[in-house]
Design a protein around this ligand. Structure first.
Ligand code: SIN
Length: 288
């Protein structure tokens, strides 16, 4: 085994050193990476000058990749496994619809019936300052609730919608997003299938709890979000070009910060590893 691990924060995250992903990773290194992934939730591989094909090939070691049918307007035309997170203008000169991707606390594809297992985001170009990504450890968020509160959230389902923060996305994109992604109810607490630990499954895409009104739900959603994203549960990643960042969506939530000068290019490409089926299409009558 050739790799070394360097923890990135108290709560989660580790940098993996000694791996060059332009080469196929050996089975021994792969096992070490996989066990670090389960332990740390977020893994950073710096200085990876990999091609799109190498990005996809490495991602496939974690499982089947999503072809992004839920976000078809944001995927690459020739590589549907790659989701663009970019402020590059479109070919017709209009603004990118993916420039605000991730600017709400969330776990990838929570608004679908196959939420993501993991995501691998490769930085192609990043602004000189700002545009960092925050990650929260959702095991710690659950484990530090009182037993009484754990009992309450254990029984709830949150209704997730596919919205993206900030207005100004094209009307066509908004309409397609709503048509393809009806609101979905997901358990508020999920048991991680590989570690057996319970993790809170909450984010800003949760609009209410099933069977409760938005007004009844809002104070608890806000409390859980504030609790889960306390600084001591968070790791902040400052991007460099050629970073590859991998995270486990089953036990982390993340937020892309929009605090950068939009005249600077921010272009990242993401593969998404499919997770197990979860949740059901929401019964919106139960909201009333
Ligand atoms: C995402 O949520 O996948 C994008 C995160 C980022 O752009 O930092």
């Amino acid at each position: 085994m050739t790799i070394e691990l360097r923890p990135l924060s108290y709560a989660l995250g580790a940098e993996v050193r000694g791996l060059d992903l332009t080469n196929r990773c050996s089975d021994a290194d792969w096992r070490a990476v996989h066990s670090a992934f389960l332990k740390h939730g977020v893994l950073l591989f710096r200085g990876q000058k990999i091609t799109r094909e190498q990005h996809i090939a490495f991602s496939r070691r974690f499982g089947e990749l999503d072809s992004h049918e839920s976000l078809p307007l944001d995927r690459d035309r020739t590589h549907p496994e790659l989701l663009m997170v970019t402020n590059d203008a479109k070919e017709d000169g209009s603004p990118s619809n993916s420039r605000y991707t991730g600017q709400m606390w969330h776990s990838d594809l929570s608004f679908t019936l196959a939420p993501a297992l993991g995501s691998l985001l490769r930085a192609v170009a990043v602004p000189p300052v700002g545009g960092d990504t925050l990650f929260a450890n959702m095991y710690l968020a659950y484990e530090t609730l009182s037993q009484r509160m754990q009992g309450i959230v254990d029984d709830l389902h949150g209704i997730h919608v596919p919205e993206r923060k900030n207005a100004g996305l094209s009307a066509h994109w908004e309409a397609e997003n709503r048509r393809l992604n009806p609101p979905v109810a997901q358990p508020v607490v999920r048991v991680h299938p590989e570690t057996d630990r319970k993790a809170l499954y909450i984010g800003e895409k949760v609009k209410c709890f099933e069977g409760m009104t938005p007004e009844e739900s809002r104070p608890l959603i806000e409390f859980l979000l504030r609790h889960a994203t306390r600084p001591q549960f968070v790791f902040r990643h400052q991007w460099q070009a050629d970073d590859l960042l991998l995270w486990d969506n089953r036990c982390t939530a993340h937020l892309a910060l929009g605090d950068y000068d939009p005249r600077h290019r921010r272009h990242l490409e993401r593969t998404t590893v499919l997770g197990a089926a979860s949740g059901h299409v929401a019964n919106l009558e139960s909201i009333a």
